[in-house]
Design a protein around this ligand. Structure first.
Ligand code: SF4
Length: 67
């Protein structure tokens, strides 16, 4: 089962802008259960605010370097 936020997650917008590559989606969002390790997912579950440019590992998009 993929992450329940897969279609609503701001990561999709980052992908469409070319700011991140497909590896994050494949490794986390579409995984069977690795999405549980996603910092975005964990913060969402705890109703903790988090930036739209935060990546699943808790790092942030570097818009000067395409990831
Ligand atoms: S980035 Fe995290 S919260 Fe967003 S869809 Fe992927 S696994 Fe879920």
């Amino acid at each position: 089962m993929t992450c329940k936020w897969i279609n609503a997650c701001p990561m999709r917008d980052l992908e469409s802008k070319g700011a991140v590559n497909d590896a994050w989606r494949i490794d986390y969002c579409e995984s069977v259960g690795i999405w549980k390790n996603c910092i975005r997912y964990q913060m969402e579950e705890r109703f903790l605010p988090h930036s739209d440019d935060m990546l699943p590992d808790g790092s942030f998009v570097d818009f000067s370097r395409r990831t």
